[in-house]
Ligand binder design. Structure first.
Ligand SMILES: [Zn+2]
Length: 193
């Protein structure tokens, strides 16, 4: 296995692989989330979990990690910034999957890809009817590898189509990347399934 640099979460003080924690940077206007890990400045790391975020945003913890003395974001505000960053990342992964021809969209295409055992992760729109979801015959693995996020209109928009209620990602790496992001959203208690 490739060696991963480790980072300590400001909240729980546990050590994690760098890609498991979120980088936050002390900028001129206060604390910002550096989801792409590109911003300069004094950085700290926090687990993408509600508890850790609440603990991290305590003045003492943050001051020690970032020497930040300015205005601190409120945890709910911070969580909504983080949710937005994660959702943007998922949107770009969906677009990337579609461009790479690694995505099945809509009921028939997804069902067909599932039958051929090509789907590695399923994403359902929040406004997809329960009936449609139940009609899909899924493998035990796919019963677990699924998330519910965005509306049919939003997913359709990403794919330059009308309403799209479900998609299946057929590339292992891209599916893992989307899965990791949806798990993060689940840790913030936003996403269902
Ligand atoms: Zn933590």
């Amino acid at each position: 296995m490739k060696h991963q640099p480790e980072r300590t979460c400001i909240g729980c003080r546990n050590v994690f692989a760098k890609d498991e924690v979120i980088r936050v940077v002390s900028g001129p206007t206060g604390i910002v989330i550096d989801y792409r890990e590109k911003l300069p400045g004094r950085a700290g790391y926090v687990c993408p979990k509600r508890d850790c975020i609440q603990k991290s945003l305590n003045r003492e913890n943050l001051a020690r990690a970032l020497r930040q003395k300015g205005r601190l974001p409120d945890p709910e505000e911070f969580i909504s910034w983080l949710e937005k960053s994660i959702e943007d990342k998922i949107r770009s992964l969906i677009v990337m999957s579609a461009k790479a021809g690694k995505l099945a969209a809509g009921f028939s295409a997804v069902q067909d890809a599932v039958e051929k055992d090509r789907v590695r992760m399923l994403l359902f729109a929040q406004d997809l009817s329960a009936g449609t979801k139940e009609k899909l015959a899924l493998t035990p693995v796919l019963m677990q590898r699924q998330a519910t996020l965005f509306t049919r209109d939003e997913i359709g928009g990403l794919l330059s189509r009308e309403l799209v209620g479900l998609i299946g990602i057929t590339d292992e790496g891209l599916a893992n990347a989307v899965w990791k992001e949806t798990e993060r959203l689940k840790g913030l208690i936003k996403i269902s399934e």
